[in-house]
Design a protein around this ligand. Sequence first.
Ligand code: HEC
Ligand code: HEC
Ligand code: HEC
Ligand code: HEC
Length: 138
Amino acid sequence: MKKRIFFLSVITLSIALFTGVGILIATDVADEINIKSDAFKAYKKGPVKLAHKKHNVDYKIACKDCHHVYKEGKNVYKEGDPVQKCSECHDALKSKGKVKKLMLAYHKNCQGCHKVLEKAGKKTGPTKKCNDCHEKKK
Ligand code: HEC
Ligand code: HEC
Ligand code: HEC
Ligand code: HEC
């Protein structure tokens, strides 16, 4: 009988620890981000809703597949590091060498991954239709 109570409390404790850790990680990442960069002067398309947390948790996309800080050609971004806006490095108007202009940076990151997965025959996100990502402009 004593053994059984011990066993049960170990399980309860593990569940508490496990979910506790889960909550800590969950609060780190915004659930949804409405991507609408002020950097674009002439805004041709509508903003884009990104299921931020879903990409990370459900689709298992690592933070560093989208966030990067390059040091000597290597991405040294780690989960928990502060995040700068893409527009702070990617100019809205023109590409500077490998640092592509903002629209290309987004399209290469978002559609880029979706296309690779499509080719591999995996479940994926939008690759072509603009309004699968962009909200219709009002
Ligand atoms: C996989 C998602 C995705 C798809 C599909 C997509 N885009 Fe985008 N696009 C984005 C994101 C994200 C941004 C950045 C939006 C921002 O910062 O406001 C962007 C930005 C842009 C911009 C610059 C901002 C503006 O509105 O002027 C243009 C132009 C654009 N996209 C055109 C297109 C066109 C045309 C298509 C279809 C041929 C397309 N996009 C398909 C994700 C997508
Ligand atoms: C599918 C791509 C993608 C993944 C995966 C991703 N992010 Fe993001 N994240 C973005 C985009 C896009 C933005 C908005 C950038 C901007 O506004 O310029 C953003 C914004 C953020 C911000 C600032 C805005 C806010 O309110 O939260 C933080 C912090 C952040 N991400 C952390 C993370 C962490 C930590 C992870 C991994 C646990 C992660 N992200 C995974 C694409 C992603
Ligand atoms: C701190 C500055 C900085 C920020 C913030 C930044 N980038 Fe970049 N990005 C760079 C640099 C530098 C390169 C060129 C890296 C190389 O040498 O290949 C690059 C390259 C890229 C590339 C091409 C390489 C690749 O990974 O496929 C894409 C796509 C890209 N960035 C998208 C984004 C997106 C989307 C965001 C926001 C979520 C973002 N970047 C935020 C500096 C930045
Ligand atoms: C490294 C890979 C990767 C990157 C980068 C990525 N995605 Fe996705 N995306 C996925 C996968 C995988 C799915 C669908 C998985 C599924 O349905 O099971 C998806 C689904 C989607 C969907 C449809 C389902 C949903 O949850 O909304 C949209 C819209 C989308 N992505 C937008 C974006 C935008 C916008 C960006 C860039 C800011 C982006 N994605 C970057 C892998 C990626």
